[in-house]
Design a protein around this ligand. Sequence first.
Ligand SMILES: *[C@@H]1O[C@H](CO)[C@@H](O)[C@H](O)[C@H]1NC(C)=O
Ligand SMILES: *[C@@H]1O[C@H](CO)[C@@H](O)[C@H](O)[C@H]1NC(C)=O
Ligand SMILES: *[C@@H]1O[C@H](CO)[C@@H](O)[C@H](O)[C@H]1NC(C)=O
Length: 270
Amino acid sequence: MTKTMSSPLLLLLLSIAITIAAATSAYPSVPTDCTLSLADDKLVPVRREVYGGGRIFDISHRYTVDMPSWGSDDGLGEFLWLPASMKNGSLANNSVMKLPTHTGTHVDAPGHMIDRYFDAGFDVDTLDLEVLNGPALLVDVPRDSNITAEVMESLKIPKGVRRVLFRTLNTDRGLMYKREYDTSYVGFTTDGARWLVKNTDIKLVGLDFLSVACDDHLVSAHLEFFESREVILVEGLKLDDVPVGMYNVHCLPLRLLGSEGSPIRCILIK
Ligand SMILES: *[C@@H]1O[C@H](CO)[C@@H](O)[C@H](O)[C@H]1NC(C)=O
Ligand SMILES: *[C@@H]1O[C@H](CO)[C@@H](O)[C@H](O)[C@H]1NC(C)=O
Ligand SMILES: *[C@@H]1O[C@H](CO)[C@@H](O)[C@H](O)[C@H]1NC(C)=O
């Protein structure tokens, strides 16, 4: 009996394994810590970066203790713990987390650096979901420069494009996978930000490190974007291995009343 049962079951398991392997191998250079194993009876979750063979890309980073955190050499550190656990007799496992709202892939609201906007309540709950969701262009920027007015002009982003995700040297250098907050990351200079606001229709600016503004222009470049309260900044995107081009972006912040930042889940759909 066991013998006749086991071989169809094995075939089924094998076909599941092959399907999963095909889905994950489409996105090779992103670290994965879990693979399906048939060798034992352990339950092994599957973690994916890409779904449907390239139809959906997850462009959010996982939250880990080792991920970079603003101004820290040691990374984010412990942010998640289990005060109630089944192992200790609770009915269920209930984790608690505590983390800065500008951690990992996240969004900035205008109150982040303009105090009168903060006081007036321009928090992440007021951000326009129409801007955070819709057609978006993923572009590669030159690797030898920050994003200056000159660079912005050279990208020749057509009028009418409202959402742009900028992939930079930060992705090549894997800065979001390093524990240390590396201040030499690439971002917008003040004149680059001003050029974008004045000369394009871009309302969603996405970048692949924790700040859209380079370190030397940290506040001044942010201010260029925040002043009109029309541009939304999404920072810390995971753009590894995603082909350049047009997608539909979907970004959803948490409704954190009174907060000028929020972790955000972003995906691209082909
Ligand atoms: C269970 O409780 C003990 C003692 O309070 C604690 O040290 C341990 O971390 C808890 N374990 C889990 C998994 O919650
Ligand atoms: C519940 O918590 C225990 C630790 O006490 C952990 O080993 C187990 O995986 C958790 N279960 C779930 C469903 O997360
Ligand atoms: C970008 O600017 C930062 C300082 O804000 C600098 O450290 C970095 O080298 C610059 N990157 C490039 C590619 O020019």
